[in-house]
Design a protein around this ligand. Sequence first.
Ligand code: AMP
Length: 396
Amino acid sequence: MKVLVINCGSSSLKYQLIDSESENALAVGICERIGQDISYLKHTPNGGEKIVIEAAMKNHEDAIKMVLDALTNSKYGVIKSLDEISAVGHRVVHGGEKFATSTIITDEVIQAIEDCNDLAPLHNPANLIGIRACAKLMKGVPMVAVFDTAFHQTMPPKAYLYGLPNEYYNNYKIRKYGFHGTSHSYVSQMAAKFIGRDINDSKIIVCHLGNGASISAVLNGKSIDTSMGFTPLAGLVMGTRSGDIDPSIIDFIAKKENKSLDEIMNVLNKESGMQGMSELSSDFRDLNDAIDIGNEKARIAFDVFVYRVAKYIGSYIVAMNGVDAIVFTAGVGENDWRVREEVCEYLGFLGIKIDLEKNMLRGQAVMLTQPECKVKVCIVPTNEELAIARETVSLL
Ligand code: AMP
């Protein structure tokens, strides 16, 4: 069956049409700058050229109309009619404590997602707009919500509770939720297969290092801890996000610079991390180029990033009382040899020694450690869209 996977951001909409039997993407694309004067649809049919269409998309409903037109277009479309789409899988960022698994979308589910809006005010409303637009334009086609937070709902209270007065958890559900769950779930399963272990008897650390980055400890197929928290701002140093900081810094900056909380949160989310420290770029390709020509700030930012990743790995080895595999995935994890090499330098005490030539490979699953290494280190490409399509098919 053909599954349309939709990932709505506040001003963008990514999509893939996936054939669930072959697991191939028949078309992939993105609508950008939704709500602005000029928006774009970038659409690539499998095996074909990417086309870019400029059009005004006032809202996500317009964007979904454009996507459906592109999919059925006589020149660059990949299906004859919308009847060929059997289901839609939606990425939803926050499912709170209500959703520990993916779910078929009903009116009650839409309401429950809406109830989680204040936990993810930038993301969940956009996800809901996408869900409602599809419901309107594709009447009767079943839809499934796949939550970024769901995989981490297996964390025990000792991992998800903060050291705050209980009332904040009781009244507002302030706790660690964790994100990138679809990726952590998919990659840990693929990694268990790749190293030849039963997922139900395995200790895997997944390093999802992209523009946003998080690490999780996956024990016997279940997330028991993860580095993002109540929001995706916590944990690792990221492209533009600070990751963990001492909370008192917020009050200190507010007083020193007479900044509002909103302004400071904007700094922490959009002007910090690799961008803020390097004063150059949030993109690891730029940082690597800068390091190659001796840029000190880029080098220090890189050191901070790698050190933080290594420390989280260490803490999750303690949390699981051991580890079978450490897995790198997402844009940086899959592509950046320097990050992997330098993180692994911290892990020599585990007997880890990676093959530096294999570490230059990209775009495929790669075993980086020698067969005699007890702890395996590997690259496993993530594929959140395929994971969403699989969930959608399995629920229907
Ligand atoms: P993601 O959020 O998973 O899509 O990852 C995007 C990030 O991956 C970019 O911002 C880059 O920092 C990083 N990235 C992509 N390609 C490369 C590459 N060839 N080398 C190093 N980093 C890369």
